[in-house]
Design a protein around this ligand. Structure first.
Ligand code: ZN
Length: 208
């Protein structure tokens, strides 16, 4: 079974990811993670990717496809979930050549709600935990006790710019998948656990 997770930043993909990875036998393919791994491997392609990102540019579809193809080829698990990919129609059409999709889960969140969440988000530099200003009192990581920080690129201006790009590039995908009867929409303004539960239900219903 092949799934695509669509949702803007702050729509709860992290919690969904944990649930899917822990409870179902899914290979989780995130383009962000693939790019970071390739950079860390110091390969020729990795150095190229690092250059592109340092210039503030987007990594093009050809490179992304190469990384995804490599990961799918080595995948041992029966199920795959894609996160952050496809980002636009061109990538969706490339993906269709590689595998058939069963379900597209759209975590629908209003831009204002997403901005609120992102601005309240705290990260632990030591163990990587993501939490919020409301949950973690005194900016102390509940998992390891380190001091939590906000991500430096989480400013209203930067978030607005990311969203603009997201809506113009990714929104046409929602229509595209709706027409193919593949799309399931989940209200992402609900608490993350409930969002994850609804996603799990959609996957189970599809399997039955
Ligand atoms: Zn921590």
């Amino acid at each position: 079974m092949n799934i695509v997770l669509l949702g803007i930043q702050g729509s709860g993909k992290g919690t969904v990811k944990e649930n899917i990875s822990n409870k179902l036998n899914f290979e989780y393919i995130s383009t962000g993670l693939l790019l970071r791994e390739e950079i860390a491997s110091n390969s020729k392609l990795g150095l190229q990717v690092k250059d592109i990102i340092n210039r503030g540019e987007l990594v093009d579809t050809r490179i992304i496809m190469e990384l995804i193809f490599k990961r799918i080829r080595n995948n041992q698990k029966p199920n795959v979930v894609f996160d952050g990919f496809p980002r636009n129609l061109a990538q969706a059409k490339e993906l269709e050549k590689l595998c058939e999709l069963d379900l597209i889960i759209f975590l629908n969140l209003k831009k204002e709600d997403a901005i609120n969440r992102i601005l309240n988000r705290l990260n632990c530099p030591k163990c990587g935990l993501t939490t919020s200003v409301e949950t973690a009192k005194n900016y102390i990581c509940p998992a390891c006790g380190a001091k939590l920080v906000k991500r430096s690129d989480d400013t209203v201006e930067a978030i607005n710019k990311r969203f603009e790009q997201y809506f113009s590039e990714t929104y046409p995908l929602i229509d595209y998948y709706k027409k193919q009867n593949l799309l399931v929409e989940v209200d992402a303004s609900l608490p993350p656990n409930e969002v994850a539960e609804q996603v799990m239900r959609a996957i189970n219903e599809h399997n039955n």
